[in-house]
Design a binder for this molecule. Structure first.
Ligand code: FMN
Length: 172
């Protein structure tokens, strides 16, 4: 194994890829949804169910979650790749992303979910922890839905992020 002595910042997290791509939806002040892509996420606690996402304070989403106190984590299918790229490379601060996806009401929150998502986690903000150039945003999981639990990976093709602008998918 070769020791990596340069570019630790841009290389260390590549060793933790691939990661399931998610779309974090939050509510704008005008009540419309905003969608951003987040690949840095992790389950934190089973009981009570808590999940964390690492969101940079520069993201429009960061303030929206702080204001509304809630967000939904939506897992897109590979079929949504073009829209995912739009949401992941454009900020809601300068682009209206409220019509990018088809949205549907969530079960427990005011924040909607993405209708075509293959899985959805509804979260109420627990706390935010500033950490380096991101904030770790903890969410209490208050709702979960999925297109066929257990079977979801058989019938759908979740997007897997390899870092920068590289994606892959599961082989059957
Ligand atoms: C595949 C992919 C994964 C990303 N993962 C994250 C992430 O985990 N955390 C983050 O802060 N930004 C992440 N981004 C960048 C944001 O999605 C991007 O800056 C987006 O434009 C922010 O939108 P907003 O300003 O409307 O919130 C990712 C982008 C892509 C394409």
């Amino acid at each position: 194994m070769d020791a990596i002595t340069k570019d630790l910042s841009s290389l260390y997290y590549r060793l933790l890829c691939p990661r399931v791509v998610t779309i974090v939806v939050s509510l704008r002040l005008d009540g419309k949804p905003n969608a951003m892509v987040a690949a840095w996420h992790t389950p934190v606690s089973v009981n009570p169910p808590i999940v964390a996402i690492a969101i940079a304070p520069s993201r429009f989403t960061h303030n929206l979650i702080q204001n509304s106190g809630e967000f939904t984590i939506n897992i897109p299918d590979m079929a949504l790749v073009d829209k995912v790229e739009m949401a992941g490379y454009n900020s809601g601060a300068s682009m209206d992303k409220s019509t990018l996806f088809k949205y549907a009401p969530s079960r427990m929150l005011k924040t909607p979910i993405i209708e075509d998502a293959i899985g959805v986690i509804e979260c109420k903000l627990n706390r935010m922890l500033e950490m380096g150039d991101h904030s770790l945003i903890f969410g209490n999981v208050v709702g979960v839905s999925s297109k066929g639990f257990g079977e979801v990976w058989r019938t759908s093709t979740p997007m897997l992020h390899l870092g920068t602008n590289f994606f892959t998918e599961l082989k059957k």
